[in-house]
Design a protein around this ligand. Structure first.
Ligand SMILES: [Zn+2]
Length: 147
């Protein structure tokens, strides 16, 4: 079950969201907490957002920050929602050397929540594959696309 807590976290653009562990546990589901705050990874093929094909925006499940446009989503075949570029300044990258690998972790720039990793085997024009956990995001359908 997803908890609805996003409306409570309306803050100005560019501001940071900082909460302690207890506060995050109150606003996130167990799955969301595991990924966003504890660097977890969801099971492949487990996210409903994997096959989300509508026009819209993928937002951070932790703080509501817009992260990815549906226009930059593609089928990577990995089993995780994949994008070739994030929205500008929506995310930050951090070197991740866990599991004896050197990877680039992608975090939400506003709340610091773990979203996934980026790999250099994506499609043109960026050649990047942003491999995201669907449980770390929510989808907002573009209202104009419904008409
Ligand atoms: Zn966030």
């Amino acid at each position: 079950m997803r908890k609805q807590g996003l409306e409570a976290v309306e803050i100005e653009k560019g501001g940071k969201v900082e909460k302690d562990e207890q506060e995050w546990r109150q606003t996130l589901s167990a799955d969301q907490f595991h990924i966003l705050r504890d660097h977890g990874t969801e099971m492949r093929e487990s996210s409903p957002l994997l096959h989300e094909k509508r026009q819209g925006t993928f937002i951070c499940a932790g703080c509501g920050q817009p992260l990815f446009s549906s226009e930059k989503k593609y089928e990577s075949g990995t089993g995780w929602p994949s994008f070739w570029a994030p929205l500008s300044e929506a995310t930050e990258s951090v070197a991740d050397t866990s599991y004896r690998m050197t990877r680039t972790e992608i975090r939400c720039a506003r709340c610091g929540g773990h979203l996934g990793h980026v790999f250099p085997d994506g499609p043109a024009p960026t050649g990047q594959r942003y491999c995201m956990n669907g449980a770390a995001m929510d989808f907002r359908c573009d209202p104009a696309a419904d008409e």
